[in-house]
Design a protein around this ligand. Structure first.
Ligand SMILES: Cc1cc2nc3c(=O)[nH]c(=O)nc-3n(C[C@H](O)[C@H](O)[C@H](O)COP(=O)(O)OP(=O)(O)OC[C@H]3O[C@@H](n4cnc5c(N)ncnc54)[C@H](O)[C@@H]3O)c2cc1C
Length: 385
């Protein structure tokens, strides 16, 4: 069983947002590209499903992300034009920090460094601007006007549609079972063997299981995230036309919470804990998340008192965390034609247009214009040698 003598320029394994964005760039560069996905598309088993993600330019003290974000906005706008659909709603992102916390201060410094329009204010002003929120006196706020909501499902679909329009081939329901490295890489699936000059592995949470099999033992930890939608008791003050995305640092002591205004399910606001139980990607549903729901019920009643205190919709998604929460975008330590894009640590959607560009450049021997040190595999082993 083999797909004959055909040798693709690149095979991308994993049709989540990072793999789909990579395939999109490759096909646009005229590379013969195959995108392989283990599940029938679309599916909701990984990290890229759902209707919304938040986006923003500020990235605290990590300027390397902010630099990438400027291009991410441009590439997202290009994709919007290509697919003819709105992918971004510019409602802003409101960041909130309590006493002794630094996120808002770092965000303000970042927005100032990059001249991004923003507004900083205290709790008295918050009570006027957003009376539907409730925070104690010592909280600080910054509204990043550049931020907003990405229509995640539309964006993922747009990458895949534009990829196919540029001549790319998608094979879904076809898991990669093995990879044989060499100057030509062979990918064995449940149906056949495909060959390519190079391969990009964008496996999401399954990277934690597959990469050790090809000698890449990086610390990747999948985490179950419970996605909760809450109904407003009266009115529509959380509508995307009136309310921004929100991020509350340390709302539960150690953990942050985030929210997306009512945009996807009419009348429902998404507010979630940025944390959850560690899991195996193939065994996410049986893992207890009652404590997450209980914590969020308390947080919603405390900070979002005009919302009902029982979630109306409960969904599941997965983060794949690295210890420093930075991505992995690198080539295999021994095989330069095997590119790894993994560990997006719960913040990779907004950057996917740029991640895809970088991964496609690494796969085709081009030098990306970004400094990739924060994303290298060897950072995990530096102190251990
Ligand atoms: C609840 C939630 C909220 C988030 N909010 C934000 C946000 O507001 N802003 C933001 O920027 N980011 C956010 N993120 C993070 C972002 O969604 C992820 O970083 C991103 O989707 C990761 O995409 P991925 O392609 O790496 O993984 P995935 O989407 O999981 O894709 C990997 C794909 O590889 C496939 N695959 C795996 N193994 C194989 C194999 N052997 N053969 C074939 N196919 C295989 C899988 O089936 C899957 O489709 C959020 C994530 C979650 C879960």
């Amino acid at each position: 069983m083999s797909s004959g003598n055909k040798v693709y320029d690149v095979i991308v394994v994993g049709a989540g947002v990072e793999g789909s964005a990579t395939a999109y760039h490759l096909a646009r560069y005229g590379k013969q590209t195959l995108l392989l996905e283990q599940f029938p598309l679309p599916h909701s088993r990984g990290s890229s499903h759902g209707l919304s993600r938040s986006t923003r330019k500020a990235y605290g003290a990590q300027d390397f992300y902010t630099k990438m974000m400027f291009e991410a906005y441009k590439l997202t706008a290009d994709l919007e034009k290509e697919c003819g659909e709105e992918l971004f709603a510019n409602c802003g992102v409101l960041s909130v920090s309590g006493k002794g916390r630094n996120f808002v201060k770092e965000t303000i410094r970042c927005l100032e460094r990059f001249n991004v329009p923003h507004e900083k204010f205290n709790v008295a002003r918050q009570r006027v601007m957003y009376p539907q929120l409730s925070f104690e006196d010592e909280h600080e706020f910054v509204l990043d006007h550049s931020g907003g909501v990405l229509r995640a499902d539309k964006m993922l679909g747009a990458f895949q549609d534009q990829f196919k329009k540029s001549g790319g081939i998608i094979k879904d329901g076809e898991p990669m079972i093995d990879l044989y490295a060499g100057s030509i890489v062979s990918i064995k699936t449940n149906k056949t063997i495909y060959k390519a000059k190079s391969v990009v592995l964008a496996l999401g949470p399954w990277a934690a299981k597959f990469l050790p099999r090809i000698g890449v033992n990086i610390p990747l930890q999948p985490m179950k995230i419970t996605v909760l939608y809450w109904k407003e008791k009266n009115g529509s003050t959380y509508d995307v036309s009136k309310f921004p995305c929100i991020f509350v640092e340390g709302a539960t002591g150690q953990n942050d919470i985030y929210g997306v205004p009512s945009y996807e399910y009419p009348g429902l606001v998404k507010i979630c804990l940025h944390h959850g139980p560690d899991i195996d990607a193939d065994n996410r549903d049986g893992v207890d998340n009652e404590w997450v729901i209980k914590t969020m019920k308390y947080m919603v009643s405390k900070h979002f008192p005009t919302l009902e205190q029982e979630p109306s919709v409960v969904e599941t998604c997965i983060y794949t965390n690295t210890p420093d929460h930075n991505f992995v975008i690198d080539t295999h330590p021994s095989w330069k034609n095997v590119v790894i894009a993994a560990g997006f640590s719960g913040h990779g959607f907004k950057l996917s247009p740029v991640v895809g560009k970088i991964a496609s450049q690494l796969a085709t021997g081009q030098k990306p214009e970004y400094e990739l040190t924060p994303f290298r595999i060897d950072r995990f082993f530096k102190n251990k040698l």
